[in-house]
Write a protein that binds this ligand. Structure first.
Ligand code: 2P0
Length: 353
């Protein structure tokens, strides 16, 4: 057997509107609550991964944004590769049972994996989500796996929780599941990327700096120390998931906006309720919240909805008809002559769904 097999794929970033924060099983990445996100259009923020399988490779190697990393030190990456290989092995056995004599034993070959993002990795814009989704999707393509996207989401989830949602476009729920082995903790598509074309995300990059508290460590601290988290996962999120699905299906921006802002607020509230407290928002983030509230106050319906992940950068969802007005407002407020303490790296980009 000679020659190599290679695939290149891309995967997009997703921004949660009902946040994942808390793990009930750290090694399997099983969450304490379900979550829901919007996948942004591929062209703007994406990971791109090329994987080559070659019988002559002596070991599996990995390059992230052009720099070689030690795969053996990256347990989550190894888990994803191991799981994809296991599925490929099963598939090869199936093909052999079906009488195919020319099955390539790809599961045995070592891999060279090159992955890069077209946005700054440190900007806190869900690079692990698009990165692991891309790794798993590219492996699935390379191995011609017959598995469904939700089945593949089980693997991506073990790389990074939020990555399971980036395997679908549009509006995606990650159902927390109840099984101890995580077999029902999967991503499902609520509506596809064509469902609500009027919806646009304004990405406001407040800071390129790496986050101070990593997501995994932050979540573990919150699970251990925050009494408010219990209230959130038992009393708040289940109802919110149902309401958000309705809002999306009905394209009800008013309902969508209120739940999005409330859920971002509560996620940062449980961070503050952790002990010691975790702060992800900064003064500019809070000024963005104030600006969106003031913008919304001028009409009877919401026209914009902010959301913040584990960092100070804002994503503001709005409808296409308001994009120019809102982006103009943000730019005047944060990028004008009177910018004061606002860093020169501040920028705002409109990204379709
Ligand atoms: C989310 N975040 O739902 C939430 C909102 C940040 C705030 O998922 O440890 O990188 O890899 O499972 O997915 C960030 O955490 O954490 C995240 P791991 P992940 O998008």
């Amino acid at each position: 057997m000679s020659g190599y097999y290679e695939k290149t794929c891309t995967a997009p970033v997703n921004i949660a509107i009902i946040k994942y924060w808390g793990k009930r099983d750290v090694s399997l990445n099983l969450p304490t609550n379900s979550s829901l996100s919007v996948t942004l259009s591929q062209d703007n923020l994406q990971s791109k991964t090329t994987i080559r399988a070659d019988p002559s490779f002596s070991k599996t190697r990995l390059w992230l944004n052009g720099i070689e990393e030690d795969v053996s030190a990256n347990k989550r990456m190894q888990t994803c590769i191991k799981e994809a290989r296991r599925l490929r092995s099963l598939y090869e056995q199936q093909l052999l049972r079906d009488g195919n004599s020319d099955v390539v034993p790809l599961a045995e070959y070592n891999l060279h994996i090159c992955s890069e993002n077209n946005f700054p990795t440190a900007a806190g814009l869900a690079s692990s989500a698009s990165g692991f989704a891309c790794l798993v999707y590219t492996l699935a393509q390379l191995y011609s796996l017959p598995n469904s996207t939700s089945e593949l989401s089980l693997i991506a989830r073990q790389g990074s929780g939020s990555a399971c949602r980036s395997l679908f476009g549009g509006f995606v729920a990650w159902e927390m599941g109840v099984n101890y082995d995580g077999s029902d903790s999967i991503a499902v598509q609520i509506a596809d990327e064509h469902h609500w074309p009027e919806l646009v995300a304004l990405i406001c990059v407040v800071s390129d700096a790496k986050k101070t508290v990593g997501s995994t460590a932050g979540m573990q601290s919150t699970v251990k120390t925050s009494p408010l988290l219990k209230e959130r996962i038992e009393q708040v999120v289940p109802k919110r998931m149902e309401e958000m699905v309705k809002a999306i299906k009905n394209k009800d921006f008013n309902m969508f906006a209120e739940i999005t802002m409330r859920d971002s607020n509560q996620f940062h509230a449980v961070c503050l309720d952790s002990f010691p407290p975790i702060f992800y928002l900064n003064d500019i983030s809070r000024a963005i919240i104030k600006l969106v509230n003031e913008y919304n106050a001028i009409s009877s319906d919401y026209k914009a909805a902010y959301t913040f992940d584990a960092g100070p950068n804002a994503v503001i969802y709005t409808l296409r008809e308001n994009v120019d007005e809102l982006a103009g407002l943000v730019k005047r407020y944060f990028m004008g002559e009177e910018r004061g303490q606002i860093p020169s790296s501040f920028r705002v980009d409109a990204v379709p769904i």
